[in-house]
Design a protein around this ligand. Structure first.
Ligand code: ASP
Length: 319
């Protein structure tokens, strides 16, 4: 369905400079947890996503197409908890959630609990562009995805041996869900036309109850975009992110209280969420091209790229 992401006609005479940020999940990562080869592989996955978005934006494409391209790249990389390589629920199956939003029109689309759509972000985008609705769930979302011609795969396509082992460890550890690491993916972008967009895609949390939906597909919680403020994609313990309406609150602080993007993100992620006990982080961009990558966990797979600059990728908080 690459036609889907190349569909917007290039617009004339763009004036601004683009900016992109991506994440591959936040968590309690430790310095010696990853080998050099693993760190390099994660960073290469993040950089591939930045480059995929950059390609769109360099051609004067839209932020919407850029975040779609970045999210698809991360969904197709088995290292991250979205699309191929997503975590397993308590039944040993993959159930995927995704959302996308554009900041110029405030249109949004989301899917929850889908099991057979190869790229859930395309399903979310199709809901936004080809249905009357904002959110479709499980069987209804899958039937819709099929009706618009999205590529379907068996659930086994998403499952990797590492995720099976992770589920077994989580079940043995009596933790209801695996809280140590969140691997959701997300992308935010500003295009040369001055529009922002956000996309988030996830398998949720290891050992989650069948039918559980996290924050990622909930507009205003894990995903939000508004040209009047910013675009945000979150990763973390979804139950907290839903109750703190993280993404929309950050945008609202910028829009109504005039906070800088950084101050707004810090207030929600490093203060409010910490007081609630909600671990995780966010990436955000505004129409000025400010990019923030903020977490309250020891690490977050993340990357950013501004027009004319070099890609930055990092894992630990202090990198
Ligand atoms: N936020 C996701 C969820 O709760 C998990 C993650 O960020 O990895 O579903």
């Amino acid at each position: 369905m690459t036609a889907n992401i190349a569909s917007a006609a290039p617009q004339a005479a763009p004036e601004g400079r683009y900016a992109i940020a991506v994440h591959g999940g936040a968590g309690r990562y430790e310095y010696d947890q990853f080998s050099d080869a693993q760190k390099a592989a994660y960073k290469a996955g993040l950089e591939d996503a930045l480059r995929a978005a950059q390609k769109v934006l360099e051609a004067n494409g839209t932020a919407l197409d850029a975040v779609t391209a970045a999210a698809m790249s991360l969904e197709n990389t088995p290292l991250f908890n979205a699309g191929k390589g997503a975590v397993l629920n308590a039944e040993g199956e993959v159930e995927l959630d995704a959302a996308i939003m554009r900041g110029d029109t405030l249109e949004a689309g989301a899917v929850t609990g889908i099991k057979t759509v190869k790229n859930p972000i395309l399903a979310a985008r199709a809901v936004m562009e080809q249905s009357q609705h904002v959110m479709l769930q499980s069987a209804g979302a899958e039937a819709f995805a099929r009706s618009v011609g999205l590529e379907l795969v068996p659930n086994s396509y998403f499952i990797t041996p590492q995720r099976r082992e992770q589920l077994e460890r989580a079940k043995a550890s009596k933790e209801a869900m695996n809280l140590s690491k969140f691997g959701t993916i997300g992308a935010v972008a500003l295009d040369r036309h001055g529009n922002v967009a956000a996309a988030t895609s996830t398998g949720g949390m290891t050992n989650k109850q069948w039918g559980r939906v996290g924050d990622s597909p909930v507009i205003g919680a894990g995903t939000y975009a508004d040209n009047a403020s910013c675009a945000v994609s979150a990763t973390g313990h979804g139950e907290y992110f839903i109750r703190a309406t993280v993404a929309r609150t950050i945008c609202a602080l910028v829009e109504y209280k005039g906070l800088s993007l950084e101050d707004a993100a810090n207030q929600v992620v490093r203060d409010k969420l910490v007081k609630m006990g909600g671990e995780g982080g966010i990436i955000a961009v505004n129409t000025k091209g400010d990019v923030v990558l903020v977490m309250n966990t020891p690490g977050m797979f993340r990357g950013s790229l501004k027009e004319g600059g070099e890609p930055y990728t990092a894992i630990l908080a202090d990198e």
